[in-house]
Design a protein around this ligand. Structure first.
Ligand code: C2E
Ligand code: CA
Ligand code: CA
Length: 417
């Protein structure tokens, strides 16, 4: 099967004849996870099957493998009715679906990005690269197809600028942390605070975690980012303790960082260095870590637990339904995602989800936190549904450590000791 260089060369040759073309970049969703969890043999079988289906769908197309689970498919424009979206949809229709890979049954899903030539580029390399850029956006819109737009280039430049600035910010200590309290749903007592990374860049301004966390993950910067957030959080926690308040802090940790072999050791060393009781620290994990590698994840979770650290499953209900993973894992709480809280008052479906999560969590002996609570009515209803703790703008926005100390003093958190 042709590789990236060969595909771009073939596209170049066809373009030189003045031929208008459509080029699609196709990614097999979750290829890496499948490869890592089910083994390379299954991964290879999957690629063979996808190749076969791609070839069947467009026997005369230029077809090549451009990376891990990624392919390029290029055809003369006339063959597709000149509509790249129809081309992309056609590929999905013919390639997606169930597949039996040896003993393993799976479901193939694709993300597809498309470009047109000459509109979107005049050489094979540019066209394939732009189709891939569109393909990455397709991941966020149920697979697409997404047609490339010039705006993606600008976004790409922004991403690059942000990654470079982030690397610099991490080495100069410019990443800060804000803290947001969690309250007992019935008594209103503070049960702990969550640490949230904050970054203001001198030229780029304030950059939201939703932008820089995914970029840090994609560029190998999560290790140093987590270290600085942990260090600042534990130091702040120690500070509050000195002022008489024993309040725990929760830190968000990405899947990759938790699975990293060195993480638990680093954490233990930090707890000792700052001199904090381990049960004052909660690690918030998202469901994806449990799904990506359940065996390794539970090993790490057990190690963390053995150090006395608490564990929380974040954004619960948004990803895969991991209620099954939850069973048998030594976690202490689940956080119901804001998505279910927003409409909990009006939407019977969301209410049912909250009720079900509370039910199961309580059966397993876990506490339930609702996040993103903005209205009294939501707080009241969530408390009624059995939610144990409330976090949200209704009670407090994330704030710097010193403001948090003043806020805690006003709430007289010391009575909780
Ligand atoms: P998350 O862990 O789900 O954190 C909750 C987010 O909801 C925070 O956004 C918080 O400021 C926001 N929030 C809290 N209450 C309300 C509310 O009542 N209304 C609304 N509209 N929003 C509320 P933030 O700080 O922008 O963080 C976004 C996400 O970025 C976090 O979601 C988390 O996934 C990630 N993140 C933040 N800091 C870190 C970090 O240090 N490490 C890692 N791995 N991820 C982080
Ligand atoms: Ca969180
Ligand atoms: Ca969350």
């Amino acid at each position: 099967m042709p590789n990236l260089a060969e595909v771009t060369h073939q596209v170049d040759l066809l373009l030189q004849t003045g031929q208008a073309m459509v080029v699609a970049a196709v990614a097999v969703d979750s290829f890496r996870e499948i490869n890592d969890t089910l083994g390379h043999q299954v991964g290879d079988d999957l690629l063979v099957e996808v190749t076969r289906r791609l070839h069947l769908s467009h026997p005369d197309a230029i077809l090549g493998r451009i990376g891990g689970g990624r392919f390029a498919v290029a055809v003369p424009a006339g063959d597709t009715g000149d509509d790249p979206s129809m081309f992309g949809l056609g590929i999905r229709a013919q390639v997606e679906g169930g597949a039996q890979l040896g003993p393993v049954g799976t479901h193939v899903r694709l993300s597809v990005g498309c470009v047109m030539a000459p509109e979107h580029g005049s050489d094979g390399a540019t066209l394939v690269r732009r189709a891939e850029t569109a393909m990455y956006s397709a991941r966020h819109v149920h697979g697409g197809p997404v047609l490339w737009e010039p705006a993606y280039e600008v976004q790409g430049q922004r991403r690059l600028a942000v990654v470079m600035a982030l690397r610099e910010a991490l080495s100069s200590g410019a990443i800060g942390v804000a803290f947001q309290p969690k309250l007992d749903a019935r008594t209103g007592f503070v049960t702990g605070v969550e640490a949230l990374a904050r970054w203001t860049h001198p030229a780029l301004g304030s950059i939201r975690p939703d932008e820089f966390i995914p970029l840090a993950e994609a560029s190998g910067l999560m290790g140093p980012l987590t270290s600085t957030v942990l260090r600042q959080s534990l130091t702040a926690c120690k500070g509050w303790q000195r002022r008489g308040g024993r309040v725990g802090v929760a830190v968000n940790v990405s899947a990759e960082t938790v699975l990293d072999a060195g993480f638990v050791t680093e954490l233990a060393a930090l707890l000792t260095a700052v001199d904090i009781a381990p049960d004052l620290l909660t690690i918030e994990l998202t469901e994806s870590v449990l799904v990506a590698d359940p065996v390794l994840a539970s090993e790490r979770i057990n190690e963390l637990r053995a150090h006395g650290v608490k564990l929380s499953v974040d954004d619960f209900g948004t990803g895969y339904s991991s209620l099954t993973y939850l069973k048998g894992l030594p976690v202490d709480e689940v956080k119901i995602d804001k998505g279910f809280v927003d409409d909990v008052v009006d939407d019977a479906g969301d209410r049912a989800v909250v009720r079900a999560v509370v039910d199961i969590a309580h059966t397993l002996g876990l506490r339930v936190v609702a996040e993103g609570v903005e209205q009294d009515a939501q707080h009241l209803l969530l408390a009624e549904l059995g939610v144990d703790e409330i976090q949200g703008y209704l009670h407090a926005r994330p704030m710097p450590a010193l403001d948090m100390a003043a806020w805690l003093r006003r709430r007289d958190v010391s009575t909780l000791v």
